[in-house]
Design a protein around this ligand. Sequence first.
Ligand SMILES: *Cc1c(COP(=O)(O)O)cnc(C)c1O
Length: 376
Amino acid sequence: MINIPPFDATTQYKSIATEIEKNVCAVMAGGRYIMGPQVKEFEVQFAQYLNCEQVISCNSGTDALHLALRALKIGVGDEVITTPFTFIATTEAIGIVGATPVFVDVELDSYNIDTQLIESKITERTKAIIPVHLYGRPCNMTAIMEIARKYNLKVIEDCAQATGATWEGKQVGTIGDVGCFSFFPTKNLGCFGDGGAIATSNYEIAERVEYLRRHGGKVKYHHEELGLNSRLDTVQATVLLVKLPYLDQWNSARKAIADIYLNSLAEIEGIVLPQRTHHADSVWNQFTIRVLAGRRDTIQNSLKAKGIGSMVYYPIPLHLQEVHAGLSYTTGSLPVSEQLSHEVLSIPLFPELESSAQKIVVESLKQIMADIYCLQ
Ligand SMILES: *Cc1c(COP(=O)(O)O)cnc(C)c1O
């Protein structure tokens, strides 16, 4: 029986198990479970990898976004421009600090924020833009930074799905004022639980995030501001230290698989493939195809019947989520995001996906689409 999951964390673990176990056991025996030396060491190594001044780790990508907004003093009465075609964490962070998300629709081809539509949404209250590098594909950062400079806005990059991706040769997360990363297990650099970090070359932002993540006090038991308990566990930092040196190699493996999919699925009727990038290097957190809206669920079920997992990221765009009903968007407000939410399907892609499995995915999709388009 074929079983090809959309994502598999265990094969990667097995490939580095000895190294992981040795280092994690040392942490457990050493007893410094909170803010042990590995936390700082990981921050230094990750900053070097990204080629930026400062990395401050925290408990999740969601907290990284929250802390970045807090560090920039964005809150009640402020507006933050972002995409509706992302994971809820992006707008959750905006809402939690008391600010208002303002949605700008995405491009059909790139799935990312349509930079041509941003300016028309800027008001006196706009304080920041949060571009999301969805599925590992960088947004047009040149256009975004130009707009941000013109209107004096901050830029917080949501890099949760794009660790290691570059825009015009620069690591994402180092182009705006702050980059927010997630180490959730399915991300390109994943730990064995929750984890996150912010990257910045602005020392003031770094300093604020550093104390806001540990209860808002620069000196222990002296608290100037309401903070969070959002430290990265020493065990997770240790896992990340072992994994970071492999990141480029794993991202290259993802790119190679994406190339195979792009070549072998090119001529299939009924499938629109993700676009190749030009100024950017995508790290393919997801390989997301588009199929005709009414057929998406049938195709997903047919794949499942053949033992192939696939995912829908995301079935409801954020402007239509119940939690954001108060923002008064309706169906039709952001048509491209709505269309994508009915059309997208992410097929299996992770570094350890074997070429035999890739072939099965390709052949199965060919078969399913041929059946659909010949029977009508
Ligand atoms: C995963 C993700 C987050 C949140 O990261 P967590 O570590 O799960 O909190 C934020 N934004 C996007 C786009 C994500 O995919």
